[in-house]
Design a protein around this ligand. Structure first.
Ligand code: SAH
Length: 213
């Protein structure tokens, strides 16, 4: 896989579009300028890698729209020492963006096929999350908790309690909440028992799979 001047040019244009659409976080935009999204696309759709759209990947899932990746990453406010848990590895593109912001990234995927594919891709690209595993993100990952940040990249009808419990005090979680349409929502843990909840824009995500065998 190669990153060519053609792709670099298209990527710069995409980042300009994200700025025009209101993304302001320079750290996030800088990382997205570096990460070749075409590495994470289905090979048949590679020419669309720098369009601001979601596209199908394996197992009926999607690679998130770049605007959505930028929006979620911006709201997450990741610092370089933060421990981040991502639910829904999917293509691994958002994981790669998070790894540009902090080395302490844990990521969970529910579809075996995607998990295996992305595992190979991470190795090939030299991307090393602290842990990438096949499992149910509804439960989070207790072994490495608590987290400074949790990012959910699939839609939940309501916030999974286990994830709230795995946040540090002062920690933040970004999660799209709703059925057909979701509100981007940010939870900030204020104390052992208190959480702030902020609602942002509307999005459409694939559902977070619950009780999948
Ligand atoms: N960040 C990914 C988004 C992929 S779409 C990307 O940009 O490519 C959401 C992903 O969440 C899918 O890969 C889906 O299989 C996964 N997913 C759905 N339910 C899940 C669950 N309960 N636990 C972990 N991952 C889940």
């Amino acid at each position: 896989m190669e990153d060519t001047p053609k792709y670099q040019g298209l990527r710069k244009q995409l980042i300009e579009q994200l700025r025009e659409k209101g993304i302001q976080d320079n750290a996030v935009l800088e990382v997205m300028t570096q990460v070749p999204r075409h590495f994470f696309m289905d090979p048949s759709l590679i020419n669309f890698a720098y369009e601001d759209n979601a596209y199908p990947i394996a197992a009926d899932q999607t690679i998130s729209q770049p605007y959505t990746v930028a929006y979620q990453s911006q709201l997450l406010e990741v610092g370089p020492t933060d421990k981040v848990l991502e639910i829904g590895t999917g293509s691994g593109y958002q994981t790669a963006v998070l790894l540009g912001l902090t080395p302490h990234v844990y990521t969970i995927e529910r579809q075996q096929l995607l998990y295996k594919k992305t595992q190979r891709l991470f190795t090939q690209l030299g991307l090393r999350p602290k842990k990438h595993f096949f499992g149910d993100g509804y439960l989070g990952f207790e072994q490495a908790a608590p987290y400074d940040r949790i990012l959910v990249t699939a839609a939940a009808p309501e916030v999974p309690k286990a994830l709230l419990n795995q946040l540090k005090v002062g920690g933040k979680m970004i999660i799209p909440i709703g059925e057909n349409e979701q509100f981007m929502t940010r939870f900030t843990r204020k104390s052992a028992t208190a959480f702030d909840k902020e609602k942002f824009g509307r999005f459409r995500f694939v559902p977070l799979l619950q009780n999948k065998s």
